[in-house]
Design a binder for this molecule. Structure first.
Ligand code: ATP
Length: 229
């Protein structure tokens, strides 16, 4: 579903964010992406979202080589990618329902379709009873779940998350991870960038580790590091 072939991203002569990165993620896989601050995690996610283009190599999502994608087609690719951020970027002047409906609004979905899909997404994250509330009235963990409902409302085959549990305590973080696990079980490819080594070890999933832009490990976490294939 996602493939990087010898991908290098250089912002300028002093900043090479990724160096010859290779990996492939299958349909329904849930994978972590880890590494020190500045290792290149956000850059890797931005290449998948076509917010940045590689300097060399190929980024392939859903069989499509993104390097050659004309600019006008970028919105269509983005519709297939749900994104969850640490600070969830909710609008506090809209209800929970309206926040989750935003991607559908952009796509021009009918009100009936929107209602059905927003409620299905809120149901999945356990917030159906709070659709009329303002996100400000919700806890941090609930706000993050609204962000996840918004990311999955149009059923994207790929879900990306950048430090999705950065502000949450361990218990809530585990809840959010279990939610991601449920999406992967129904075929969504989930890639989660995180610093949280304790949580990553607990999950025991495949983990890609970046170090100064190089992919230094790819495998399940083991004591003291991440194993190879
Ligand atoms: N727009 C940009 N212009 C120039 N350099 C950049 C740009 N964005 C990122 N970089 C550089 O690329 C490298 C990787 O940054 P990136 O944000 O991908 O790392 P990260 O692993 O996500 O870090 P963090 O965990 O702190 O968010 C860093 O050296 C950073 O300074």
């Amino acid at each position: 579903m996602i493939e990087f072939r010898q991908v290098t991203k250089r912002y300028d002569s002093d900043h090479t964010a990724l160096r010859q990165v290779n990996f492939e993620l299958g349909r329904g896989e849930m994978v972590f992406l880890t590494g020190h601050s500045g290792a290149g995690k956000s850059t890797l996610l931005k290449l998948i979202m076509v917010m940045e283009r590689p300097t060399a190599g190929e980024v392939i999502v859903g069989g499509q080589v993104l390097n050659r994608l004309p600019r006008r087609q970028i919105p269509y690719v983005r519709r297939h990618i749900g994104v969850v951020f640490q600070n969830h970027q909710l609008l506090f002047d809209r209800t929970v329902f309206d926040n989750v409906a935003m991607p559908l609004e952009v796509m021009g979905a009918s009100p009936r379709d929107t209602g059905r899909r927003v409620r299905a997404a809120l149901d999945k994250v356990g917030l159906l009873s709070k659709e009329k509330m303002n996100p400000m009235q919700l806890s941090g963990g609930e706000q993050q779940r609204v962000g996840i409902a918004r990311a999955v409302v149009n059923k994207p085959p790929v879900l990306l998350a950048d430090e999705p549990t950065g502000n949450l305590d361990p218990e809530l973080s585990a809840d959010i991870m279990n939610l991601f696990g449920q999406f992967s079980q129904v075929g969504v490819t989930v890639l989660i960038a995180s610093h949280d080594i304790v949580l990553i070890n607990e999950m025991g999933r495949r983990t890609l580790a970046l170090d100064h832009g190089r992919l230094t490990a790819d495998g399940a976490p083991v004591a003291g590091g991440i194993s190879g294939h």
